[in-house]
Design a protein around this ligand. Sequence first.
Ligand SMILES: Nc1ncnc2c1ncn2[C@@H]1O[C@H](COP(=O)(O)OP(=O)(O)O)[C@@H](O)[C@H]1O
Ligand SMILES: CCCC(=O)OP(=O)(O)O
Length: 374
Amino acid sequence: MTETLTILTINPGSTSTKIAVFADETRLFERKVDHSAADLAPFDTIGDQFAMRKAAIVAALKEEGFDLASLAAVAGRGGKLPPLKRGAYVVNDDMVEFLRHRPIDQHASNLGALIAYDVAAPLGIPAFIYDAVVVDEMDDIARFSGVPQLTRRASCHVLNMRAMAIKVLKRDGIRLEDANVVVCHMGGGVTATVISGGRMIDVLSDEEGPFSPERAGRVPCRQLVDLCFSKDYDRKSATKLMRGVGGLVAYLGTNSALEVEARIDRGDAEADLVYRAMAYQIAKGIGELSTVVMGKVDRIVLTGAIAHSKRMTDLVVERVKFIAPVEIVPGENELEALAAGTLRVLRGEEAPNVFVAPPRPATAARDRSRMAHA
Ligand SMILES: Nc1ncnc2c1ncn2[C@@H]1O[C@H](COP(=O)(O)OP(=O)(O)O)[C@@H](O)[C@H]1O
Ligand SMILES: CCCC(=O)OP(=O)(O)O
């Protein structure tokens, strides 16, 4: 008989931390801790949230009476590393150093690998990330921004988007490789992608797409430059305005779409307009990505926690249903997808990738200078 593989999965999101423990494919339990805008306000950077999020996880495991000694591996959501391939990566010292000291961007997913490693290392078991948010399969034509100094980067809810697209198509007997699907995940962040031939050939990341509960999304760039050079903002506060206190938080003071809906129900006209604007931008994003495959879209998939909202999905569907049939798959499959990927690695069915950190900028400059003088 083969030994049961027990896996702790950790998904730090912008407005919550979700964990689950799996024994092989069976979920033993799942816990979600919400983090309101007020809870997160005292933290300057995502790194500063490490202790608070880890404590929430440890407390949840304790309440479940779970014994960490039974774990075979820990899997965390993969964060803002340089562009990665799809699939598993071992969390190694290079990855920990990179995420701690020079992540590409501020996002809660950066804590996935860090907390997974922190739990796994003392137990002498491996930690992995799987289908990180920075998986990059974009076509070259999609990389242009308009200035050579700025390159478009893929960053989206990879884990859930692929899992939900596969689920929707499988039901109709279609393989992901044989379809064009536009997927939009609506959570604390909102991102979208167009998957064609099994690859995410273009992505509307959370800095180029719709605004979301806690993110600004695409903003008028000239005004952003002015704002950054005004006396009112420095690097930290301008970054936080884009991610953390943008979107619904900036307009309405909450990162909770549920609370916004409650305000609308009470007759709040401002909340209603902002929420409809978010839906409008989401629909425009889906339209934009549909042009990538010349409008030949087989399915549009709306997913993420906000896809539970009929109010939101109705607002989006009415604008995009002319493009393709719309499938609504609320919630997310991220913890299951993390566990499934990790099981494949532990069973030897998939080889994990090894992350090698790019040289630090100072080291890179020194190396270039050495080469120039060699
Ligand atoms: N049933 C629901 N209807 C509308 N919005 C919801 C619902 N459930 C959760 N949300 C909203 O979804 C957002 C959080 O999405 P989620 O994917 O869980 O978080 P995270 O991005 O932190 O992982 C919050 O704004 C929350 O209020
Ligand atoms: C970086 C894209 C992923 C994202 O926005 O995740 P959350 O919705 O969990 O913040």
